[in-house]
Design a binder for this molecule. Structure first.
Ligand SMILES: Nc1nc2c(ncn2[C@@H]2O[C@H](COP(=O)(O)OP(=O)(O)OP(=O)(O)O)[C@@H](O)[C@H]2O)c(=O)[nH]1
Ligand SMILES: [Mg+2]
Length: 394
């Protein structure tokens, strides 16, 4: 076990040094406050030393044996940790966890004492549901010594700046867009809203609806009914491969909205279908709009965004903001992927409940939703996330 002592201005810096020098598996053995800072002793758990550095007793060949070109048999038992070593290892690990959580508590308390505004901001961003990385990034880029309200405002502005939007270009200029996404997120409803809005602005002549959802009962009928209601021509295709031929027949349609069958993000055929769709989309000049429900849990949103990336979406449309109990997962996903948001759907009414996405509007909604839901971030969560030690062991 290699024990080293580190002296730093504060706990965070000390822990950073430990991590840089001894890596993420360092065990903190002791900490104490000293004049002008802290002193931390840390060591690497012997179990985590790479195997070549562990002393093992391999029989050394005698000179006589060395003359014979037969390698000595490997003593595998000697390579395995003994019962005592395993027990000691387990004890070290549990000690490490204990110390880590105590140190995290110390570091978080230290932060709340020295920089209460920063700590409060981290708490508020956690309550919004943002990831640790994003919350830290937003707080880290704030200038020092500004009033709390100003730092709050700047943090939300920083968040808004990280969210890309397309504006209302689809309904202003048109395009060929296929709506792709998980089942039941609101793809067909969004198409109905967009089509109705287009008809109100531009009339029904240069718009077409296409359903390539030949798989599910009633899906194509749904689009035909919508077409009849709006006086818009609606086409149904059983095979995606027929899209280029159909679209070649409709060169004068400025807006073509393509409805697809919802798919589970874990569908094993997702990649194959994306590949087929991608080839068709490239030939027919179709863009993909990933449609995601903002009411889903953060992990579900992140997973859907990652899995549907194989469709190479150029924008995304967010639905069910009215049902969301937190927008943190959605916001974190948008920042992480950089996918621009086209429209936001906040209810079932056609066409009212759809607006072009505006970044600050989505962020403001996230704040309102968090407040309304009474979202709270407990001390334990904050300690674990921002206690500094989390960064050492992460
Ligand atoms: N509350 C709420 N409900 C919505 C919203 N958008 C769609 N819905 C509802 O969600 C349900 C599913 O909508 P669809 O448009 O059929 O969803 P889809 O993605 O086309 O579904 P599949 O084609 O089956 O994959 C319907 O009951 C819609 O009225 C929204 O923004 N808010
Ligand atoms: Mg549908």
């Amino acid at each position: 076990m290699k024990i080293r002592t580190y002296i730093a201005k504060d706990m965070r810096q000390a822990l950073r040094q430990v991590r840089e020098e001894q890596g993420p598996d360092a065990v903190i053995l002791s900490t104490r406050a000293i004049a002008g800072g802290v002193e931390v002793s840390a060591a690497i758990d012997f179990e985590n030393i790479p195997p070549q550095r562990v002393q093992v007793s391999v029989p050394v060949p005698t000179p006589a044996a060395a003359a014979v070109p037969v390698p000595p048999p490997l003593d595998f038992a000697a390579l395995m940790p003994s019962a005592a070593q395993s027990e000691m290892g387990a004890e070290l690990r549990s000690m490490r966890h204990l110390l880590e959580s105590q140190l995290a508590q110390l570091a978080w308390n230290d932060l709340t004492r020295r920089q209460p505004a920063q700590a409060e901001l981290l708490k508020q961003l956690t309550e919004l549901g943002l990831t640790q990385a994003l919350a830290s990034q937003l707080v880290d880029e704030l200038p020092v010594n500004i009033p709390f309200e100003e730092s709050q405002r700047r943090t939300l502005a920083g968040l808004s700046r990280r969210i890309a939007v397309t504006g209302d270009v689809l309904l202003e200029r048109g395009g060929r867009v296929a709506f792709v996404g998980p089942t039941g997120v609101g793809k067909t409803t969004a198409i109905a809203k967009l089509a109705a809005r287009w008809v109100m602005r531009h009339g029904s002549r240069d718009i077409a609806l296409v359903s390539v959802d030949g798989q599910r009962f009633g899906a194509q009928e749904q689009l035909k009914v919508l077409g009849r209601l709006l006086g818009v021509e609606a086409f149904t295709l059983d095979d995606v491969a027929d899209l280029p031929v159909l679209l070649a027949r409709l060169p004068e349609r400025r807006l073509v909205l393509i409805d697809t069958a919802g798919m589970s993000p874990r569908d094993p055929e997702l990649a194959a279908r994306a590949l087929q769709f991608g080839a068709v989309a490239d030939r027919a000049g179709i863009q993909v709009c990933l449609t995601l429900s903002a009411a889903a849990q953060a992990g579900v949103i992140e997973e859907a965004a990652d899995r549907f990336a194989v469709f190479r979406p150029t924008s995304c449309l967010l639905t069910k903001l009215d049902e969301a109990t937190s927008l943190g997962g959605t916001l974190s996903m948008l920042v992480r992927t950089g996918l621009p948001v086209s429209y936001v759907s906040e209810g079932q009414r056609i066409p009212e409940d759809l607006v072009p996405a505006r970044a600050h509007h989505v962020v403001t909604r996230a704040v309102h939703i968090a407040r309304h839901a009474g979202a709270t971030a407990g001390e334990e969560l904050l300690t674990r996330r921002f206690g500094g030690i989390a960064r050492v062991t992460a």
